[in-house]
Every structure is written in C-alpha cells, then in structure tokens.
Design a binder for this molecule. Structure first.
Ligand code: ADP
Length: 631
C-alpha cells in the first residue's frame, strides 16, 4: 500500500479532545428538543449547497455539474435509518477529518468546556453555538457520512463513528457529488424514521431553506426568500419563523426592520435584533449574523463586511441586485459598492432605532440594556455614525429615579439657561456616586449630571465629545468652570458663608501638602467646588477619567503609557483642612500622615486603587495617636 493519504484503505482516528467533550454533552445532557438535530444537519446541507452554487459561478469545471441542487431525505422504518443527502460542495478526505473530527471555532471550544450542567440543557444557548453536525449523535448510535467533493480530482470517502471517541475513514468510490449522512437511529429515537414526524420537523424548523427538501420526491418546504416579498403581504408568524431559521433561535426577536430601497442602490434588507446578548454569556466575541445575497443567491454568509463590526449582534439578510454574482470574499472587502450598502443600511437601522425609542420606549430600553454596549462600541470605533449614535445613548443621571434612563436630548431640555455644557461622572454604582464628593458642586447649582456606570461609558463620552453642539465634560476634570445658575445664587443667599482660610495661609498649606505627597499628586489646590467634603482628586489633563484609568489598568495598558498624577483639591472651609495647618506646627510627622490619608480617601472615592497595606498601617498609627491623646 502506498503512503499517499488518499489511497489508504481505512484508518481509525481519535476525535480532538474538545470534540469528545462536546459529544459527551450531546449524548448525555441534551435531553430536550431532540428534533433540532434535523435542523442542524439540513442547515449544513443548505450551506454546502450555497457554497457549491457560489463555486460553480467562480470556477470552470466542477464535478457532476448537471445534478440539481437539493436535499433529499430517505427513511427506512424497518432498518431504523434516516439519510440526509445533499448535492452540495462535498468534502474530500482532509476536509472530513478537519470538519468532523475537530472544532475549528476557538470560541465554541472554550464555550463547550465551560458549560455547566444547567446550561447544557438550554437549547437556545446550544443553538447559538451550534452543536452542528454532532447533533446527529443525539438520535443515532452510529453515523455514516459519505461524501465526494465538487473538485474534479476527488474520489469519495466514507466516515463512520459511534461518537465514542474515534472515527474511521475509508475510500468510497463511485458516489455522486455532495454528502449523505446516514443515521442508524437509537432504539428510543425510532420515530425519526417516520415520514410524518420528519415532515412536521422540516416545516417547523427548516421551512425557509432556499433549496427543495424532498421526502419521497415531494418538496416539503416553501422555497422562497421572505425578504424579497412586500412587507404588507408578510404575516408576523412568517417573520418570526424566518428569524428562528436564520438566527438559530427558539424565541421571538426583540425588534425587526424590513426595508427596501431602489435608488441610488437596490437594496432589500431584513434585520432582526435578538432577545439575548450571547457575547455576555461566555462565548467571547460573536460572529456577525447578517448574510449578504445578490438576487437571492448567497454571496457571503455571516458577512464581516456588509455591516460595521459593532452591529454584529444583528441577524438577517441584505440582498442587493447591484453586486456582481461572482464576486470573491477578498474582493468584497474592498468593494466600494459593498461599503455604500453598508453605510445605507447602517444609517437606516439607526434611524429605525430612533423611531423605536419614540414609539415603543419600553422595547427600546430593553434593547438598550442588552445591546447598548454595542452602540457604545460604535461611538468609540466608528466616527461616521457618532451623531446618530449619540441620540441613541441612554444613562441614569442625578435627575432620574434609580434604574430609569435619560437620553442626552432630554438632558439638554432640562438644562438651566446658564448651562452650556453636558456633565457626566463615573462610578461603580449610583449610590457610590450620590454619596461621593463629585456631585456637591452640581447639586448646589441644580445642574444635572449623567452617571456613567459602565466602564466603557467614559470612553464613549470622550469619543462623542459633543452632543447637540454642547461639550461633554467629565465632572472630575480639574479645569471645570461651573456656571452661576439661579439655583446657585439662591443657595448662596441662604447659606451662612463658611470661614475659609486667608489666601496666604491656604497657599502655604497647599504648598506644604504638595511637598508631603511628592510625586503622587501633580498639584494641591484650594477647591472652588467643594462644600461638604474635605478633598477630591481631579484630572489635570481633562482627558483620562478615573474610570478610563481603571479600565486601562485592568487590561494592563498602564505599562505602555503611565497615567499622569492627579490634582488634589482641598476644601479650605472644612474643619479638617483648617485644623491641619495648626497640627503641622505641633507635630509635622502626624500632620503628614493625615495628609496622606486624606489623599488616599479621595483616591478611593474616585474609584482608584490605593495600596492597602501602607494605608492600613498608617491609619493604625493615626488611631494610636488619637487613643493616646484621649487617655
Ligand atoms: P458548523 O456548521 O457550525 O461549521 P458543524 O460541526 O455542523 O459546524 O460542521 C463542521 C463543518 O463540516 C462545516 O463547517 C462544513 O465545512 C462541514 N460540513 C458539515 N456538513 C456538511 C455537508 N453536508 N456538506 C459539506 N460540508 C459539511
């Protein structure tokens, strides 16, 4: 026997470790919704047919070029088998090994090793990550795959496995192009050899497969492209069924957009927003869910080019007659037409979200809570849509009730006449912000402050930079000049002014404090904004806010670009600060410890890390002195 791989008669191989794990889950944990195995196999066949159709447009010679593109299901109740045959692209020996013996998608790999017992039974979740081909083992004791590639030089192979750790591959000459999957059904899965059962499942899950699915020569599915039909002819259930089909979903979509345009480009788009954000459920980055078609022919499944990356949570179809049918994937990436379609659909979708927010505010809030993070990513990564995205942002603020959200437009409407800028402040929670020192100056002036509770919010705000021509400013900037609002004037009248230190004394105190803190601060200044708290740290450069700094530190970016020191603002009307001047004369070492502690407290209130060990030692030192003085 020659060592040439293709001529090796038969060889037995081990599944990759992750596949074994997945097979174990499929065989032992997926008890419910066994029906989905058929959907998975049919959808693989449909993909293979789409791939073939595309290849046959691109290539000169393909094997069996005259065979019709279809899926056939054969049932044998006596032998207890079910066979799914497609005339798609097929697989050669290497492809059989790579595709059915390993899991390529690295996300799915980790996902399947991390799944816990409860999640294993969540079909909706499993559907998203696709057990795919391996779903066959939910119902079969043994699976045979006979396949022959569309390439002229292939010869046909058979892959066999009982799912228990190994598979065998052997030559199988004389077969037609495409793939047959033969399931030797488990005793308790007998019903899947029954014609009625299979027809019902096809109708339920695979009705929109764009190729005929035949059982006993009868096509069972409605082969049509829903997106090409006119909106008012389509029933809600049809949309939902179609969504379930293309989104591999079991539930209903949260929102949808179906639109068509004729000029300047001919575009038909049907987009769905799902209910769940699977990116937060363990898979890491999800693949895009919108596929690109030209006159109902699939050009690129789950296209990375037809929409911006930050819209990867959408599911659906975009079809444009203007695209050349035989365009290759590479050519798609720098095709200017594709870029134009991308822009038109993105704008239209964002407009649709704006309308949704008006007409169905509750649905929009739900959408925002689940997918807002993608829109923020859009603000950060895509300059082109900043204005549209700015209108879609939602936040809690000092004027909303807890858990309620406001738009920036609503914020602007509430602004007092004297206010020109929009303010925001980050913090780990609403309570932390409300009890922290940053709001003081704003409360007094009746100025609303947006709460940026999500770590990426401040990046979004600083990229957005302006909204409705108003600057977006973080309330922890050192250079804030707050307007004298009516409310501020009223408050000033009622307050008995606090006795502040004389400028000279305050200057010498802040100078000494700066010396005491050294490089830890850039400057120590007397604060104009504080009323109740003794001190606050602010950003001298007005760019990197505390939450941005936290996030960058967490992702290890501080090594690349060290963060500048903060400014410490002190309230020279506060007893603690006033007392410090006296203490410094009596016991400079103790006064220095107090200054350090004030600084650490202010850092903590800004949500920034301090070194706990030094801090604890220092507080003990201060406390000991306090106890000694009392006894
Ligand atoms: P997925 O479909 O998510 O990639 P699967 O485990 O279902 O994962 O399939 C793995 C790969 O096997 C597919 O990507 C495809 O390349 C190949 N494959 C599966 N079924 C077929 C088929 N009927 N015809 C051709 N290739 C197939």
């Amino acid at each position: 026997m020659s060592s040439e791989k293709n001529t090796v008669q038969s060889e037995t191989k081990e599944f990759q470790a992750e596949v074994k794990k997945m097979l174990d889950i499929v065989i032992h944990s997926l008890y419910t919704e066994k029906d989905i195995f058929l959907r998975e196999l049919i959808s693989n066949s449909a993909d293979a047919l789409e791939k073939f159709r595309h290849q046959s447009i691109m290539e000169q010679e393909v094997f069996d070029s005259q065979v019709p593109l279809e899926i056939t299901i054969d049932l044998d109740e006596e032998k207890n088998t079910l066979t799914i045959t497609d005339t798609g692209i097929g697989m050669d020996r290497g492809e059989l090994e790579a595709n059915l013996g390993t899991i390529a998608h690295s996300g799915s790999k980790t996902f399947f090793t991390k799944l816990n017992e409860k999640e294993r039974q969540d079909v909706n979740l499993i559907g998203q990550f696709g057990v795919g081909f391996y779903a066959a083992f939910m119902v079969a004791d043994k699976v045979r795959v006979k396949s022959r590639s569309y390439r002229m030089d292939d010869m046909g192979h058979e892959w066999v496995s009982d799912g228990a750790g190994t598979y065998t591959i052997a030559m199988c000459p004389g077969i037609r192009r495409g793939t047959s999957i033969i399931l030797e059904l488990k005793e308790q899965a007998k019903d899947y050899a029954n014609e009625h059962t299979i027809k019902r499942i096809i109708k339920q899950y695979s009705n929109f497969v764009p190729f005929p699915i035949k059982v006993k020569d009868e096509a069972i599915n409605t082969v049509q492209a829903l997106w090409t039909r006119s909106k008012n002819e389509i029933k809600d259930e049809e949309y939902t069924d179609f969504y379930k089909f293309i989104g591999n979903a079991m539930d209903e979509p949260l929102a949808k957009l179906h639109f068509s345009a004729e000029a300047p480009l001919s575009i038909k788009a049907l987009l769905f927003v799902p209910k769940d954000n699977f990116e937060t459920m363990g898979l890491g980055r999800i693949d895009p869910g919108v596929s690109l078609y030209c006159r109902k022919v699939l050009i690129e499944q789950h296209s990375k080019t037809i929409l911006p990356e930050w819209l990867r949570f959408l599911k659906g179809v975009i079809d444009s007659e203007d695209l050349p049918l035989n365009i290759s994937r590479q050519a798609l990436q720098d095709n200017s037409l594709v870029a134009k379609i991308n822009k038109v659909v993105t704008k239209r979708f964002l407009k649709h979200l704006g309308e949704l927010a008006q007409k169905e505010p509750e649905t929009y809030v739900e959408l925002w809570k689940t997918f807002g993070v993608f829109l923020k990513e859009g603000v950060i990564s895509d300059f082109a849509y900043r204005e549209e995205l700015g209108k879609l942002l939602r936040f809690e603020s000092s004027k909303t009730d807890s858990g309620k959200l406001t738009s920036l437009a609503e914020y602007v409407e509430r602004m007092p006449a004297e206010q020109n800028d929009i303010y925001y402040i980050n913090g780990p929670s609403r309570e932390a912000i409300e009890n922290g020192p940053y709001l003081e100056a704003f409360r007094k002036r009746n100025i609303e402050v947006i709460f940026t509770l999500d770590p990426i919010d401040d990046f979004a705000m600083s990229h957005l930079a302006r909204f409705d021509e108003k600057k977006l400013l973080s309330a922890d900037r050192g250079d804030l000049e707050l307007p004298e609002t009516e409310a501020a004037k009223e408050a000033a009248k009622e307050e008995t002014p606090k006795e502040v230190m004389a400028t000279e004394d305050s200057d010498s105190l802040t100078k000494w404090m700066k010396e005491a803190l050294g490089e830890r601060v850039k400057e120590v200044v007397a604060s104009k904004r504080l009323t109740d708290s003794p001190a606050i740290v602010v950003n001298p450069d007005g760019f990197v806010t505390a939450s941005m700094e936290r996030l960058m530190r967490a992702s290890g970016q501080d090594g690349l670009q060290p963060f500048g020191a903060k400014n410490l603002e002190v309230n020279t009307g506060h007893e603690l600060i006033k007392g410090l001047a006296g203490l410094k004369e009596k016991d400079e070492a103790l006064a220095k410890s107090v200054v350090e502690q004030i600084f650490d407290n202010a850092m903590i209130q800004a949500g920034l890390m301090v070194e706990p060990r030094t801090m604890v030692e220092r507080t003990y030192k201060i406390l000991s002195r306090l106890v000694q003085n009392q006894s």
